[in-house]
Design a protein around this ligand. Structure first.
Ligand code: XMP
Length: 509
């Protein structure tokens, strides 16, 4: 495997995904991992990620300098390159102005790392400092107008540096460069396959579970569906699933999940109809975090009550993914800081008394999707946009009521339906309607109306940590607007949300 040392980069996960796309297993570890520990883990290659700091700033994250002596190939990216060059005798200085965005890069040495990269190619830069002098042991591989050492290598040791970011798609030859590093420099076999992962996981689950019963929560989302499919393959009839219908699901969603489930799995499904309970605890609450807390607690109560009815259940399966593991700081040798505490309300507490199985905890979302397809799940499930645990409650701004939910459901079904009909569902990452607590004046026929506003939100993103609003065709937006105003009672105005994340978030609450 390849290890990525994370220096606080926004793109450490992206680097790991790109390496895995080369069929080489890759994990993210703390930047201050010791050389001794690295020796134990025995990676075929080490990547030093970028980071927000200057290598000279007090307290700037460092790496164990002995890692350069392990004989393991090292690739420093941006901050990682500056660290490596500085540690080995080079000089780093701050640029007159921060360089951010696309740059043209000329290859000056097309040996190993830069093999098959066009002589002039577009790269993505994002840095305030850069390497301004390299030690004698180093030689340049590429340069840009403002950056004489856009790519460098050590003359004797397998140590490389890139000032630009090969992991982002804007770096046109990024995939080739990372491929050269893992395949040619690290000599990784490229034999890691998701199919093997499925088989191994299925065997592991069988071993762990024996003849006990396993409970799996279903949400309608792809992660829980893939967990259920894996477990079903592993232990068939020993699987029991629980779907909590919290009354905050999208139009016809609970029925669709039940229908799909019974088509794919011949095993036990418990549906908890809890709409009234959820709406009761939400009555009068408009603070988003309070809504989340109440929904989370009610979910756990409902789930627990149902789980306790299932005899001999010993295990609980959850669709925790690798980003959740990293972000919660729970990964072995994981990054130093908890980057973001996710407000996931699907998580169930340990006090439920079950042993946890998390078969997806080593995978990224796109890998989960591929695995879902391999396991025979239909594309409608596999490519479904993510939906937050608190459901429509965080898209119904202010107090949640049955009536508002009904309006929101209809509007949302139109948004998603039209985007699907335009063939753009897969091209967008998450698309939905939000019901605003704003009323405005309109005219319908000859009369004045004073009704609600619906905001349409559609974003494109790789990782849901940053996102751009989707540049949907105007005709499509126009159809969505006309249909919502004509077909959804109580709405007389539709607006399109054109904010990116950051500074906005994807959800409105
Ligand atoms: P934000 O709004 O933070 O959302 O940009 C990022 C992603 O997380 C989802 N999200 C949630 N998922 N429980 C969840 O399970 C939540 O409370 C929650 N809030 C946001 C959101 O839909 C998006 O995919």
């Amino acid at each position: 495997r390849v290890l990525v040392l994370d220096f606080g980069s926004q793109t450490a996960q992206l680097i790991a995904r790109r390496v895995r796309e080369q069929h080489v297993y890759c994990e993210i570890v703390r930047h201050d991992i010791t050389a001794a520990r690295l020796r134990e883990l025995d990676p075929v290659g080490i990547i030093l990620s970028g980071g927000p700091n200057s290598v000279y700033a007090p307290g700037a994250p460092q790496c164990d300098p002995e890692l350069f002596e392990l004989g393991v190939p090292v690739l420093g990216i941006c901050y990682g390159m500056q660290l490596a060059c500085k540690a080995l005798g080079g000089e780093v200085t701050s640029c007159p102005s921060r360089e951010y965005g696309r740059s043209h890069c000329d290859v000056v040495d097309d040996a190993d790392l830069m093999a098959d990269v066009p002589a002039s190619t577009e790269v993505w830069m994002s840095h305030g400092d850069q390497v301004t002098a390299i030690a004698e042991d180093f030689s340049p591989l590429a340069k840009t107008k403002t950056c004489p050492f856009a790519a460098v290598r050590h003359k004797r040791l397998p140590i490389y540096g890139l000032q630009f970011h090969p992991e982002v798609t804007h770096t046109v030859a990024g995939k080739t460069i990372l491929g050269n590093f893992v395949k040619h420099v690290c000599k990784a076999s490229g034999a890691w396959r998701l199919g093997d992962f499925a088989e191994e996981t299925i065997n592991k689950v069988r071993e762990t579970v024996g003849s006990s019963r396993v409970i799996c929560g279903l949400s309608g989302g792809v992660d829980s569906a893939v967990v259920a499919a894996l477990l079903y393959r592993a232990i068939g009839p020993q699987l029991s699933c629980i779907l909590v219908d919290n009354g905050l699901l999208r139009k016809d969603e609970a029925a669709a999940v039940i229908d799909e489930f019974s088509r794919h799995f011949k095993t036990d499904l418990h549906v908890v109809r809890a709409e009234d309970e959820f709406l009761n605890v939400l009555a009068g609450v408009s603070d988003p975090q309070e809504k989340r807390r109440r929904i989370g607690k009610t979910f756990i109560d409902c789930f627990k009550a149902e789980a306790l009815k299932i005899d001999d259940a010993r295990f609980l399966a959850q669709g925790t993914l690798y980003p959740d593991v990293i972000e919660s700081g729970a990964a072995v040798d994981g990054p130093a800081d908890t980057i973001k505490l996710h407000h996931n309300v699907g998580g169930l507490p340990a006090e439920l008394g079950f042993e946890l199985i998390e078969p997806l905890r080593d995978l990224f979302k796109d890998e989960v999707r591929q695995l879902g397809l391999q396991l025979g799940l239909p594309p409608e499930i596999v490519w479904r946009h993510p939906f937050p645990g608190p459901g429509l409650a965080v898209r119904c701004l202010g107090e949640v009521t049955r009536e508002k939910l009904a309006v929101l459901r209809e509007a949302d079904a139109i948004v998603v339906g039209e985007i699907q009909a335009e063939g753009l569902y897969r091209a967008t990452s998450q698309s939905f309607a939000v019901l605003l607590p704003v009323q405005s004046v309109g005219v319908m026929g000859d009369s004045r109306t004073y009704e609600n506003t619906v905001a349409v939100r559609s974003v494109n993103t790789d990782d849901f940590m940053t996102a751009d609003w989707s540049h949907l065709p105007h005709e499509l937006l126009s159809r969505i607007s006309t249909r919502i105003i004509n077909e959804v009672q109580g709405v007389n105005r539709v607006v399109y949300d054109i904010s990116s994340k950051p500074p906005a978030t994807i959800e409105w609450e």
